[in-house]
Design a protein around this ligand. Structure first.
Ligand code: AN0
Ligand code: CP
Length: 318
């Protein structure tokens, strides 16, 4: 696997899950594989889990790690070609990327949707520049449209906790004061569809996701109806995707906050969220603290998904 930007790079999900459970049983099994190989992690946005779990994964594999926070200590980067650089950005990304590539063997990039230009976001302009100009294999640590390391960890978690072959999984929108990207729900939908679970998406009108990610999922606008009989509830906020409303917050209706009211109609569902989560906006204290909350094991599985991905990338370095 050269690059890892979506579920399509994984091919056979069953095989990837087998590898994940093999690594979970012995996370240092491939500790020689990354000897004298350097991972560079480049962050355009904040992170706690991705930063720590991906670094830990690289250490499991014996790699060296360099972490760069672009906004803390690096030169501010111009990302548009053709701009007269007389403003506050001293360096162009077209030089910065190959320079970064020259110091490492694999590059991870975190670059959220900027909500300035929908086309740029949905064409993954930043991530694709890394793929094109770094000369190195690249993986997404959440880009504009997807967060595949998160979705892979989510899939591992569901496989660990499910009690039937094809559980009912509900992705629910929940309120949040700020505009958040669609990357997590897009990606989660893509992986749930690939896993062929009984998958339902629920959100208020106006929050429709890009149809390429929704795929064959059922969309149910009535949240209570969607939750009926659910085995897993996955909460996430996202800003609007459609038309003129791209990147806008259309609602902060706390009726959509996941509470005992909705959980009581499920099949004693597990609660999931990628974190960071705003309590009592996305989910009540009671639900996130309940025995059915998987948020911590889910975050812990980020180390496993990242180890599988880096292992595969190292294997294809040759
Ligand atoms: C980010 C998002 O919603 O995409 C990262 C989630 C993993 N969340 C926030 O910015 C709060
Ligand atoms: N879930 C996740 O990616 O968390 P961070 O933003 O803290 O990395």
């Amino acid at each position: 696997m050269r690059n890892f930007v979506s579920v399509n790079d994984i091919c056979d999900l069953k095989k990837a899950l087998d590898e994940a459970f093999e690594i979970k049983a012995d996370r240092y099994k491939y500790c020689e594989l990354g000897k004298n190989k350097t991972l560079m992690m480049v962050f355009f946005n904040s992170s706690l889990r991705t930063r720590l779990s991906t670094q830990k994964a690289a250490l499991n594999l014996g790699m060296n790690v360099i972490v760069l926070d672009i906004n803390q200590g690096a030169w501010k980067l111009e990302t548009e070609r053709g701009v007269i650089m007389d403003g506050d950005r001293p360096e162009h990304i077209l030089e910065a990327i190959p320079v970064m590539g020259s110091y490492c063997d694999i590059i991870g990039v975190r670059s959220f949707a900027r909500f300035e230009n929908k086309e740029d976001d949905y064409n993954e302009v930043i991530l694709n520049q890394f793929i094109k100009y770094s000369g190195r294999p690249v993986f997404s640590m959440e880009a504009a449209t997807r967060h595949p390391l998160q979705s892979f960890a989510d899939l591992i978690t569901i496989e660990e906790y499910k009690s039937k072959p094809r559980p009912k999984v509900v992705l629910t929108w929940a309120p949040h004061p700020k505009a958040l990207p669609q990357a997590v729900p897009n990606s989660f939908a893509e992986w749930m569809n690939a896993a062929d679970y009984d998958f339902v998406i629920t959100h208020p009108k106006g929050y429709e996701l890009d149809s390429q990610f929704v795929g064959n999922a059922r969309v149910e606008y009535d949240q209570m109806k969607a939750f009926e009989g659910a085995d897993f509830v996955y909460a996430k906020n996202w800003a609007a995707y459609s038309g003129e409303n791209y990147g806008k917050v259309l609602s902060i209706d706390r009726d959509w906050t996941v509470s005992e009211r909705q959980m009581s109609v499920t099949n004693n569902a597990y609660f999931m969220h990628c974190l960071p989560v705003r309590r009592n906006m996305i989910v009540t204290d009671d639900v996130i603290e309940s025995e059915r909350s998987l948020v911590i094991p889910e975050a812990a599985n980020r180390e496993i998904s990242a180890t599988v991905v880096l292992k595969r990338m190292l294997e294809s370095l040759g």
